[in-house]
Design a protein around this ligand. Sequence first.
Ligand code: SF4
Length: 460
Amino acid sequence: MTKDTPRIGFVSLGCPKNLVDSERILSQLRYEGYGISSDYEGSDLVVINTCGFIESAVEESMETIGEALENNGKVIVTGCLGARAEQIRQRYPGVLAVSGAHAYEEVMGAVHQHAPIDASLGSEVGVRAPKSAFAPGAGTGLADIGVKLTPRHYAYLKIAEGCSHRCSFCIIPQLRGDLVSRPLDQVLLEAENLATSGVRELLVISQDTAAYGQEIRHRTAFWQGRPVKSDLLALSRELAKLGIWIRLHYLYPYQNLDALLPMMAEGAILPYLDMPLQHSSAAILRAMRRPAASERMLERIERWRTICPDLTLRSTFIVGFPGETDADFEGLLDFVEAARIDRGGCFSYSDIEGAASRELPGQLPQEVKEERRRRLMERLARISRERLARHVGKVETVLVDEVHNDHVIARGAGDAPEIDGVVVIDGAWELDPGDFVEVEITASDEHDLHGRMHDYEEAE
Ligand code: SF4
């Protein structure tokens, strides 16, 4: 790189699905020879990958655009909030370009226009002919793993884009379109390459992971010369062969989930279900237009726990949805208790521009929503504390995330990075992030576990 090579600043907001989009754009930038800058001042222009999921995320994205304009002046906006281009342009007429979610080509087009690489510098700066990393079949090779925004030992594996449901509170399908599953062989090749490059835990994500392959009727693909069905079960079986941790996120309780539980019980994939249930009341679930909502949820959860006693169940809930009665809310408190939700999150309902639920009658006062959120969070925290206590006295395998002078931060099978708790191991240990070690769990609290070293296997 020379001092003339354009440098791009990049801000990635929002969820892991957005993070994967950021990784792809950053990989393409680097592939084409652009420099990546870590501050506004050192950037020739700034790309902001925005989030538009809830109003607070919209405001955060808007404020970030304003900050980048103030500190740099040349700003390209992409991501979910890009669907509200007019609103962005109205507030910030100075932005150079606006595109929606996973609009990789448009982002690169805008970068080429506003921060072109001088072709004469090509050989000097190692610029390769800008072929697209987003073309069909791309994104599959080792080189295409490219930039990862996660630590080296874990990575998000996005298996599909978009969602074909129409939950009344959600505008994701408007922002990201209907479900489009990535070809199975591409997903598996990427997974294999990641495992080979040192990744020890894959976090499988999409908007609707259990629906993988639905829109292509679960057609059979070829992987390593074998026919493999494009569905979550077959995909999980193949991923399990990599011999690393496989964690599944964003699963709705379709019938096909039942078949995953024996795999979890055997340890082929992690015994971890991240299932955003949102509510327990049949009336509210209907008003929310939730997929696979069933009044028999408790029975199913009981069955799953019988098959896989180590199961960690994570879920999120929305309280204060229009029309939610006291009885609906009390029922939800009872439900999380009976379902023994190990890890829970809770939002109080907020209107999102463009969401159908804005038009529903029975909107609740903010203080009622906040009070319900506080009560549910308290309940979830207590259940989490009680559930974590069952680990004490057991020897468990954990994955090391951080090594400090006097302690180590690791995660167990029930702890997804960023959203769940951790396992703290006291003492100075010669370990590296990505090591699997055995710890004896000695104590627990509301979110975290504490343990002492039992045995460990060093990373290569
Ligand atoms: S399932 Fe519902 S909440 Fe989830 S992305 Fe699709 S529409 Fe939104």
